[in-house]
Ligand binder design. Structure first.
Ligand code: GLU
Length: 449
């Protein structure tokens, strides 16, 4: 199978938007090229005493609107082109949700599942030592991404403070004020360590706000035609959802959509998927699936419907099968390149909500668009995470502590504004939502260049 290069995909997406804009070649080049690419090889002592060298990156794509912002991913497939694409998407994402930050991304090529807790800590700290001179509260602000957690952000922040305090104040101890300033270098920290309420749930919650805004729009639009299946079902609040991926983002989007009255009928993790027996009636309880998975160490056979997990309640299928289930909403919430030229033609969902970054290849995107399937692009759908990261950064800088209610209501406002801007541009251009999202973002970025 031809594996799409995510950076090439990102450039194709950019190209489509550029056609609608009147940009100079210098502006286009600045959008295509990262401002800085940092590639590091750093040693980590393993539990058996051996020293292993790891390969990591931090790509700083664009700072026209503010400090670089974006997560750090630990994954065996991390490479420079992937991180370049992810950093580029962050620039677009921050502009769409209109936060004053640019785009960056980091990654380490590692399978964290093969590391012990201590090795993971040493790796996290070593990576920060390797990139420390290039990050800071008003330079570049990293956060969690695939396989990185609030705890990892804590280790990284501690390490960063240690390094900086040695440089800034080699003799005397660092003051509390200096320390709290340095803490602002990372977001997605644990709540008792400067983190924001609601950050952990933010990507999933933001995605649910975007989807509900879309469904309301479709409902409004399709109101006169009683034969629209989406519309009919919406009245009964019985839209079905399949979610690929059960990490932080996959779990929370499943939970919030289920809380909103949609029916989650299939879920998956990297090892496989589960689906209910009766798609017309049954729905999975994401909370129970999560506790069942924790208990058993695997999701397979966690067919948790209502308040019971019954081994006979569903069946195990592959991740590929999940993508082509006859559901209303398909939510890829795992990695890049899941919806491709090979399976796009078989997709039956009416809406694809991209909670992962880059899950759809450009070839698949065209096919879905031609079929009339609405793709809510990653740069809009999953921008809730970075939005609450921005809230965390702001709270830290102003020494404020927002209530969870305030975080969620501000997030809702941001997501609805972003959706409205993209939808308006889409109607105006008669384009896909992705192209419209890029046009909205690029206009805002070039204004500040
Ligand atoms: N990793 C997340 C993303 O891809 C969040 C980034 C952040 O909070 O800075 O959007």
């Amino acid at each position: 199978m031809h594996q799409s290069n995510p950076f090439e995909s990102a450039l194709i997406q950019l190209e489509k938007a550029i056609k609608h804009l009147n940009l100079t070649s210098a502006q286009i080049e600045r959008l295509r090229l990262a401002e800085k690419i940092i590639s590091v090889n750093f040693p980590v002592t393993m539990d058996d005493g051996t020293i292993q060298l790891f390969n990591g990156f931090r790509v700083q794509h664009n700072s026209a609107r503010g400090p670089y912002k974006g997560g750090i991913r630990f994954h065996p497939q991390v490479d420079m082109d992937e991180v370049k694409a992810l950093a580029f998407w962050m620039t677009i994402k921050c502009a769409i949700c209109d936060i004053p930050m640019g785009g960056g991304k980091g990654g380490v090529e590692v399978d964290p599942k093969k590391l012990s807790e201590n090795e993971l800590e040493r790796l996290s700290r070593a990576y920060v030592r390797a990139i420390a001179t290039d990050i800071g509260p008003d330079i570049d602000v990293p956060a969690p991404d695939v396989n990185t957690t609030p705890q990892i952000m804590r280790w990284m922040t501690e390490e960063y403070i240690k390094i900086k305090s040695k440089i800034q104040n080699p003799k005397s101890k660092i003051t509390e004020k200096e320390k709290s300033r340095l803490m602002v270098t990372f977001t997605g920290k644990p709540f008792d360590f400067g983190g924001s309420l609601g950050r952990n749930e933010a990507t999933g919650r933001g995605g649910s706000y975007v989807l509900l805004a879309l469904l309301a729009k479709l409902n409004e639009k399709f109101q006169p035609k009683a034969d629209q299946p989406l519309d009919e079902k919406m009245k009964n609040e019985k839209l079905t959802v399949a979610v690929q991926g059960f990490g932080n983002v996959g779990f929370y989007i499943a939970k919030f959509l289920s809380d909103a009255g949609l029916r989650v009928v299939a879920l998956s993790d990297s090892r496989g998927a589960i689906v209910v027996n009766n798609l017309k009636q049954d729905s999975l309880n994401p909370n129970l699936v999560l506790s069942c998975k924790k208990e058993k160490g695997t999701m397979s056979k966690c067919y948790c419907i209502g308040s019971v997990c019954d081994i006979k309640g569903g069946k195990s299928i592959s991740n590929d099968e999940l993508l082509v289930l006859p559901v209303d909403i398909l939510v890829p919430a795992a990695l890049e390149n899941q919806i491709t030229g090979e399976n796009a033609g078989k997709i039956k969902a009416k809406v694809v909500l991209e909670m992962a970054n880059g899950p759809t290849t450009p070839e698949a995107d065209e096919l879905l668009h031609k079929k009339g399937i609405i793709v809510v692009p990653d740069v809009l759908a999953n921008s809730g995470g970075v939005t609450v990261s921005y809230f965390e950064w702001m709270q830290n800088l102003k020494n404020e502590h927002w209530s969870e209610e305030k975080v969620n209501s501000q997030l809702k406002k941001k997501m609805e504004q972003a959706f409205a801007a993209v939808w308006k541009e889409k109607e105006n251009l008669h384009s896909s939502m992705r192209t419209a999202a890029y046009v909205v973002a690029i206009k805002r970025i070039v204004e500040k260049m």
